[in-house]
Design a protein around this ligand. Structure first.
Ligand code: ZN
Length: 410
């Protein structure tokens, strides 16, 4: 059975009308009138095909098509409809309307459903509204509380707690959410890639093998500050000269790991005192390190530490500190096989890749066997009004999602 791509394109256009910046991309925060209207549209579509519809305690919207199995579980798909400021109309939204289109197609055909099929729309995935992301999926998995909603504030200083109340939700219900991972058989999220791999390699779809983990490090190298004119080169302990050698060697360390999921970025460098005629006293820089394999990330850090030890031997004082961390989530191997079979049976061009960005599946995947599907972002553009995915690729993404879910709910 084929999904109806015209319906999906129409859904995307309709959702894009619920938008506070219609002339300049799409802006839609959770608990706003635009988001409420968008959810009303989705609820209408869910009810039209007989889905049970409900909100959970944080305002995530769920729709369920019941299966008939005695020991049935839930197969889930979905994403988010909140956006960044002046974002695109595909990020998150495609995963929601794709999951909805799967439900419509399932409701019309004779595939026997043993398991339940659940479409879920998570609030506040993006982050700019309250300065933190993935709130809906965290609350769904019991990682976000009513007390936390009282601490988060929007740019006007109103708390998430107050804003939820104003929008007609009861934030006290966040703490009453119940989550039993054993009830879930699978979660599959369709999403735009937001990078340029698929578009550059002319593939219609990407199988996401995992969402990379992240470590943020802060490195400090302290040398000896002195007069730039009066200090001969042989008497210097200049943290810039040796620190920059270390920084420029980081790509070589990453390459030596033989793990193409690893990326490392030095995005912020600070010098003290940062003056033209003074040999700096210290150099400080950050490293954003990501990869799917925790052990490999730790090895990269070990190598950097050993190079810092060499600098210590030269007389420098060095420190390295981890300032943030997110765990990697590996996709479920059985689900990946089913996805690959679905793609190959239709002859679509595909590649395997990792997600460098976080998604609702980053949270859900810790508890539920999960996988993601990526469709190409033209020129790799995302989080801007230029964000675009072709209708042909959207059709492939939704069809693979449907074929995969058909196999999972049997
Ligand atoms: Zn997204």
């Amino acid at each position: 059975m084929k999904i109806n791509v015209e319906r999906v394109m129409s859904d995307l256009e309709i959702l894009n009308t619920f938008n506070t910046t219609p002339e300049n991309g799409c802006t839609r925060f959770s608990f706003t009138i635009e988001e409420t209207r968008a959810k009303e549209y989705i609820i209408g579509e869910m009810k039209a095909i007989g889905m049970d519809v409900w909100f959970d305690g944080v305002g995530n919207l769920h729709g369920l098509l019941k299966g008939s199995g005695e020991n049935k579980k839930i197969v889930m798909s979905g994403s988010h409809i909140d956006t960044v400021v002046n974002g695109g109309k595909y990020d998150g939204n495609l995963g929601v309307v794709g999951a909805l289109e799967v439900a419509r197609t399932l409701s019309k055909n004779e595939v026997k459903r043993y398991h339940d099929y659940q479409v879920s729309i998570f609030i506040e995935e993006e982050g700019p509204h309250f300065g933190t992301n993935l709130i809906g999926s965290k609350a769904f998995c019991k990682h976000f509380s009513t007390a936390q909603s009282k601490k988060l504030k929007d740019s006007n200083g109103n708390t998430m707690y107050e804003i939820m109340k104003e929008a007609g939700y009861n934030p006290e219900d966040i703490d009453t959410i119940s989550f039993d991972p054993s009830r879930y058989k699978a979660m599959i999220e369709l999403h735009i890639e937001q990078g340029r791999v698929l578009d550059s390699e002319k593939k219609s779809i990407g199988i996401v093998k995992g969402i990379v983990g992240l470590k943020w490090l802060k490195v400090m190298i302290k040398g000896e500050s002195n007069h730039a004119g009066a200090t001969p080169m042989r008497y210097r302990l200049d943290p810039v000269v040796d620190g920059c050698k270390l920084i420029s060697n980081i790509p070589n360390i990453v390459k030596s790991m033989d793990d193409d999921s690893i990326v490392a970025t030095v995005g912020k460098i600070e010098l003290f005192p940062n003056q033209t005629n003074i040999i700096p006293k210290f150099l400080e820089f950050t490293i954003d390190l990501r990869g799917i394999n925790e052990e490999n990330l730790l090895t990269v850090i070990d190598i950097i530490e050993s190079q810092l030890d060499e600098l210590k031997d030269k007389g420098f004082y060095c420190e390295i500190e981890q300032i943030a961390e997110a765990k990697a989530v590996k996709s479920d191997l059985e689900i990946l096989d089913i996805i690959e079979d679905s793609i190959k049976s239709k002859g679509y061009s595909f590649t395997n890749l990792y997600s460098g960005a976080n998604h609702d599946t980053s949270i859900l995947g810790e508890y539920i066997p999960s996988a993601m599907l990526f469709v190409p972002s033209v020129n790799g553009r995302s989080h801007c009004k230029e964000e675009f995915t072709t209708k042909a690729d959207i059709k492939v993404g939704c069809q693979v999602l449907y074929d995969t879910i058909c196999k999972l709910i049997k």
